[in-house]
Structure formats: C-alpha cells, structure tokens
Design a protein around this ligand. Structure first.
Ligand SMILES: [Zn+2]
Length: 449
C-alpha cells in the first residue's frame, strides 16, 4: 500500500463541472486517486510515503493525452511539401526502418512527450513490441496501433497478422499501461479484407481501431473517384465507424460525414498543426463539436509537426479556428483543456480510468510550475482564475515540473526519474544517422532523389 499526497496546488479537475480548487490536496493510494478537495477539508494521512508540496506555485492537471502520434527520429527532414508529395518521401523512412530504429524512435519520442506533460500517447508505428519496451523504460502509458497495410507497393508496413500477434503478447501488459489496437493506414494502403480482419479482432479481443482519413482535399477527391463515395461513407460500408474507432484528421469531411461521425460515436484525433504544416487546411471543429463529435488532440509526431508539445497544440488549434471563423468567442481555454485531457481519454475508450482528477481514477497527473515569467501574474475572482487562460495560451511543455502515471513519479523538476536523458539522446543521434544513410539508399532506388 503506497500513499502519496499532493498539496498546496491549484487543482484543475476537468470533471463534469470543470471544478478548479484554488488551494487543493489530492491523495493517491496504490496509483489511484482516493481524495480530491480543498486543503482544509482533506487531512494528510499518517501513512503517507511522500508529500509533494506545490507551495502555491504549481497547477495540478490531468496528464495530457496525445491521441495521434507517430514516434520517429526524422525531425525536419521532409519540409515544405504538400501531403501528396510528402507521403512517398515519408515512406522512405518506413522502407528503411528496422526494429532498432523503431526502438530508439520510441524512446526519444516518449521522453519528449513526457517532458511536455503528455502521459498517454496513441502511437502508430512499426515493430511495436519494441515501442512497448521503450514505454516500459520511461513508465509512460501508450496505445500501440501498428502501421499496417497490405496493398502493393505498401506491403513493407506491418501486417494484420503482426498486429494480432502484438495484441496477444502485449495488450494490457505493464499493469494495463500498454494497450494494443488494430491499426489501418488508410483506404489506399489497406484492402477490404484488412478492415474485416480489424473488426473480427475488435470483437474477439475488445480492442479499438485507429486509422487515418480525409486529411487532404486531393486525397478525398481521389477516394470519391475511386470508390464512388466519401471516406466516411466508405468506412461506414466497411463497418468500422463507432465508439471504438478513432479517426485521425478528418479535415475534408462534408456535413453528412460529420453527422455520421457524431451519430456513431466515432472519435476524432484533431491534428491542427500537422494539417496546417502539410497544407491540408483547417478541420471544421466548431461544427463537429456542435454536432456532438468527440474531438481530441493529436500531434501527429515530429515528422509532420516538428514538435510534440500539447500546450502549443491547444493554443494553435484554438487560434486557427478563431482566425478562420473570424470569431474570438469560440474554442475557449476550457474547451481546449478538455480536448487535450478527458476527450483524449474518451477517444481511447479510457474516460472511466484517466483524463480528469476524480476519485477512483488512475493518478495520471502533471504539475505545471506557474511561478515563471510567462505564467505570471495570477488573479482570482471567486473560483475563476486567469491561470486557466495562462496555461492554455501561454504555457509551454517546459513549464511541466512533475509527471506521474499510476501515481508513479516519472518526471521530477522536469527530468526523467527513470532514464538518463543524455543516453537516450546520444543513442537516438547515432541510430538516426545510420537510419538516414539507409534511407538515402531507398531514395535512390525509388528515384526520389
Ligand atoms: Zn498520422
């Protein structure tokens, strides 16, 4: 029986009423939150193993959920390209990818995410038994959805068989921190058979399905030309729309598509920075929210985004909507925080376990140090505070001081408690250079150089 106490902190519960506690205490027993309240209402148990004192300078938030990510070592190597031109270049990374590449990619990516306050990642990548190994070293929570494809010439990706094997060997391992979903690249990379297989696996193992769609206008038009209907209609025909499905992107969806997503409970991983960077456009998030789609936030990984800081992501995703809709009243700080926490949890079917600071949930929480010039001063009016706006529109990942998952402290004073960060970076540098050399060979072979 372990007991941790976090006290003298501003608690952003992200519960149903978005309660903010000005000077709060949270008790964690055996990795679960056992009490949340005002400091004067909660007494510190005598058997507490550790007391983390925020000294009135820390905000306690639910750990952030990055609902669409691709761990990678390829940062800043495929720039200034539209998605259609970018995809064949991206494939070079995968043609050259080895198990060792995937392992070091996961270590570096997960470390970066943790340092930015992300406690749960949906990672779509390769050789994911090695991603699980990396996650175990860092202690982070990861959903693994292999990049699976079976249509020529994309069969250098993972197979449905690899995916099913990964479910058998890794789903719900590491005390439930590792969950395996069925991964499908997209409609052009995966045959009808693969969708059927994914549904069968979903029923047999109770896992979810994660895939991409409607990312770029040209891509969506090609879907309509090829299949005679929109991506969302195709996914409906293939039987995968539903609460256990998470779609990334959905920039180019029509009004009926949005209604279908809402009616079926299909979740969205909104990747605002990635969509902007790849020139895909701006997803119609205000309408999706109005129709009742569960919208969460994904970074899409370093190759599409260059960074994986969900604080940046919350700010950008809000501003791009305010700007393009010419409406400053939409996408509030409160809405953005929900998207990065509880909505993310829901998109991974984990809203009863993580995503808010409530009794009975797993202690996946972060402390943000707000005694920093970029987050001061802080004002209060009853239970309302500008700190909420400061956190969403002014905070950076580097303001994150402490990260815990299942009550275990994984980051203290901004540093990993589990791994040597320099060792992770040195190994990633070495592996990255080697990977880039092997990638060059494929570049010549495919005539892309
Ligand atoms: Zn993606």
């Amino acid at each position: 029986m372990t007991c941790k106490v976090i006290t003298n902190v501003v608690v952003f519960t992200v519960d149903r009423t978005d309660r903010i506690i000005k000077n709060g205490t949270v008790i964690v027993r055996n990795g679960l939150i056992s009490a949340v309240g005002k400091k004067e209402e909660i007494s510190i148990p005598i058997d507490a193993d550790e007391i983390i004192d925020g000294r009135g300078q820390m905000a306690l938030l639910p750990g952030l959920v990055d609902s669409h990510n691709h761990s990678s070592l390829m940062r800043g190597v495929a720039e200034n390209m539209r998605l259609v031109d970018w995809l064949p270049v991206y494939d070079l990374e995968h043609r050259a990818c080895t198990e060792e590449d995937a392992y070091h990619a996961a270590r570096l990516s997960y470390l970066e995410c943790l340092k930015n306050g992300t406690t749960t990642i949906m990672d779509m990548y390769r050789y994911m038994h090695r991603s699980a190994e990396a996650a175990g070293e860092l202690g982070i929570r990861v959903h693994l959805a292999p990049y699976a494809a079976d249509v020529q010439p994309y069969n250098f990706f993972e197979t449905a068989r690899d995916n099913e094997k990964l479910i058998k060997t890794h789903h719900m391992t590491q005390n439930g921190k590792i969950r395996v979903w069925m991964g499908l690249e997209n409609l052009f990379y995966c045959s009808e058979e693969m969708y059927k297989g994914a549904i069968r696996a979903q029923q047999e193992y109770g896992v979810g399905i994660h895939t991409h769609g409607c990312e770029q206008e040209e891509e969506e038009q090609t879907v309509i030309r090829t299949f005679g209907k929109s991506t969302i209609d195709m996914l409906e025909q293939r039987g995968i729309l539903g609460e256990k499905t998470l779609l990334a992107h959905c920039v180019w969806v029509n009004d009926d598509d949005i209604k279908k997503m809402a009616a079926t409970g299909t979740n969205l991983a909104h990747c605002a920075i990635s969509a902007a960077k790849l020139g895909c456009g701006v997803a119609r998030i205000p309408l999706m929210l109005k129709e009742g789609v569960n919208v969460s936030i994904g970074s899409d990984g370093v190759i599409d985004n260059n960074s994986m800081d969900l604080f940046q992501e919350m700010k950008f995703a809000s501003l791009i909507q305010k700007a393009t809709n010419c409406d400053a009243s939409i996408m509030s700080a409160n809405q953005m925080l929900r998207m990065a926490t509880i909505n993310g949890a829901k998109s991974l079917n984990m809203e009863n376990e993580i995503g808010s600071i409530e009794v009975g949930k797993s202690a996946d929480m972060i402390l943000v140090d707000f005694f920093r010039p970029n987050l001061q001063p802080v004002f209060w009016d009853e239970d309302e505070t500008n700190l909420l706006w400061n956190l969403v529109f002014a905070a950076k990942g580097e303001n994150v001081d402490t990260v815990m998952v299942q009550g275990e402290v994984l980051l203290r004073q901004g540093k990993s408690t589990k791994v040597s960060e320099s060792e992770v970076m040195i190994m990633a540098q070495r592996q990255g250079e080697d990977w880039m050399r092997r990638r060059e060979v494929h570049k010549k072979l495919t005539g892309l150089s």
